[in-house]
Design a binder for this molecule. Structure first.
Ligand SMILES: C[S@@+](CC[C@H](N)C(=O)[O-])C[C@H]1O[C@@H](n2cnc3c(N)ncnc32)[C@H](O)[C@@H]1O
Length: 483
């Protein structure tokens, strides 16, 4: 499917009742298509109410779960497919709808397999086949991301996309009409589903009233951390793009919106396929590896109820913080006062309960830091957690900095330059964050070791150990005597 050109987009927009005011869509360096001003634009004061509407889009062009429900009412054929495959989630419903529009655009469909047309059937030709998000990278290109926080998320996402696609196939291949449309003439491939998911992720936005939606034409606006425009829904439920109050844009300059502030670099690359020029700081999320030697590991994981993660961040002033709620639970053991009990109700249902110093704290398992904060053991547990986390992050950092493998992939001509540049930028950003956090953890460790409760704890351990040594020596003497 070859992408049409921006002039055709303008013609199509007029036919659909969309208005572009003082702006036009065209190619923008390094960003695909984008929106630029066709004359100098300015707003000086929000209170005058004089905020120029740059684009106005009728409500009926908006695509979300409600659109899919309505389309299912209009199209008997789609209804059959929707009943079999749909209503799993809003996102999946939209993807299913887009898959049908993609197939509907196929000119070779046999007669008798035409589905009701929709404005989105035609709009799809204005979307780029390759969004450059890592789910669309080749296997070798994805290897460039080894060691980054994106690696695990990407593997999981690709596996869930494959399962979703298999589910659509399994449920629809027995429906003769849909077999013919989706799988016979031009069989849909998992790559199509991956592309639809990439479109959804990179072009979806949250409207104030209609919620998470895809909005044609508005989705041609690129992101900036210093955006000049924003979107809204007006009193007629039309979606409008407005110039930000107090903003001026010169003729020929790009109009931008914000796709979200403070998103980690990995998330920007994952969702939109690009990274912003690096500013200081940032954040990342990594899976927290559970200690498999811990006999309580399974119970702890069950009580916690979700895959443990560690979230680290560095603010613009270089101040590092970390968050890993599971680490506190992970560092406690029975000698500290942690206990798991399986309680059984009268009907025989069994439930795992968590106790801390004989108190039932099951409902607070996700926030064990708060459970411990007022106890003398808090500093000690924090020290254990920091020590473990620091080790994990150090390992992650080493992986990120191991250049040899990365270099060999980078010289592979089949690996696209865009992916090399994006992966290298992500690796550099994440290594910078990890270095700062590991340094800060070292300092925190030193401070915790000097904490009075920790000193007292180690002191008591030493006494216990020397008592033990004394006992052992006495035993040895006794043994000797006995012998
Ligand atoms: C909502 S679309 C915007 C229109 C898009 N440029 C196009 O050609 O269709 C989002 C996509 O635009 C591109 N994009 C948006 N802002 C960008 C930026 N600041 N730098 C680089 N690419 C950007 C990315 O490919 C992103 O996935």
């Amino acid at each position: 499917m070859l992408r049409s050109d921006p002039s055709a987009l303008e013609v199509a927009s007029k036919l659909r009742g969309v208005t572009f005011q003082d702006v036009e869509c065209g190619s923008v360096d390094g960003k695909g298509w984008g929106l630029t001003a066709t004359r100098n634009l300015t707003t000086t004061d929000v209170n005058t109410g004089d905020v120029p509407k740059l684009i106005t889009i009728p409500h009926d062009l908006v695509l979300n779960q409600q659109t899919v429900e309505e389309y299912a009412k209009e199209s008997r054929e789609f209804r059959e497919l929707y009943e079999a495959v749909g209503r799993q989630s809003a996102r999946r419903d939209v993807l299913l709808f887009l898959l049908v529009q993609l197939a509907r655009g196929n000119p070779d469909l046999p007669s008798g397999t035409r589905v009701v047309s929709h404005s989105w059937t035609e709009y799809l030709r204005f979307l780029p086949e390759d969004v450059l998000v890592p789910t669309q990278w080749s296997t070798d290109e994805r290897k460039l991301l080894d060691g980054t926080s994106l690696k695990a998320a990407l593997t999981a996402k690709l596996s869930s996309l494959t399962s979703e696609f298999d589910f659509v196939f399994d449920k629809s291949c027995n429906l003769p009409f849909w077999y013919s449309v989706l799988w016979e003439t031009e069989p849909r491939r998992v790559q199509d589903w991956i592309m639809l998911d990439a479109w959804y992720r990179s072009r979806c936005l949250e409207l104030p009233r209609s919620g998470v939606s895809m909005v044609p034409y508005l989705d041609m606006v690129n992101h900036s951390s210093k955006p000049t425009a924003y979107y809204d829904e007006d009193s007629k439920d039309e979606v409008v793009l407005l110039l930000r109050p107090g903003t001026s844009v010169a003729k020929g300059e790009e109009i931008t919106i914000s796709y979200g502030t403070d998103k980690p670099a990995a998330e920007m690359l994952f969702s939109y396929g690009f990274l912003e020029p690096t500013e200081k700081g940032g954040s990342l999320v990594l899976p927290f590896g559970v200690d498999r030697d811990d006999p309580l590991a399974r119970a702890k994981l069950m009580a916690f109820g979700e895959p443990p993660k560690v979230h680290v961040s560095v603010d613009r002033d270089g101040v590092a913080t970390w968050e890993c709620p599971f680490a506190y639970l992970s560092c406690l053991n029975e000698e500290d006062g942690l206990e798991f009990r399986l309680l059984q109700d009268v009907e025989g249902n069994r439930e795992l309960r968590v106790f801390w110093l004989e108190e039932d704290v099951t409902d607070r398992s996700k926030d064990f830091e708060a459970v411990l904060r007022d106890h003398a053991i808090y500093a000690l547990v924090r020290l254990r957690a920091v020590t473990i986390l620091q080790g994990c992050l150090q390992e992650e950092l080493q992986q990120l900095q191991s250049q040899a493998y990365y270099d060999s992939l980078s010289s592979d001509p089949a690996v696209r330059k865009y992916c090399k540049v994006a992966a290298a930028a992500l690796r550099e950003i994440e290594a910078g964050i990890l270095e700062t956090v590991v340094d800060a953890m070292q300092k925190e460790q030193a401070a915790l070791v000097a904490d009075e409760n920790v000193v007292a704890y180690f002191g008591s351990m030493e006494t216990a150990e020397s008592d033990l040594v004394g006992d052992e020596a006495a035993n040895e003497e006794e043994d000797e005597d006995f012998s």
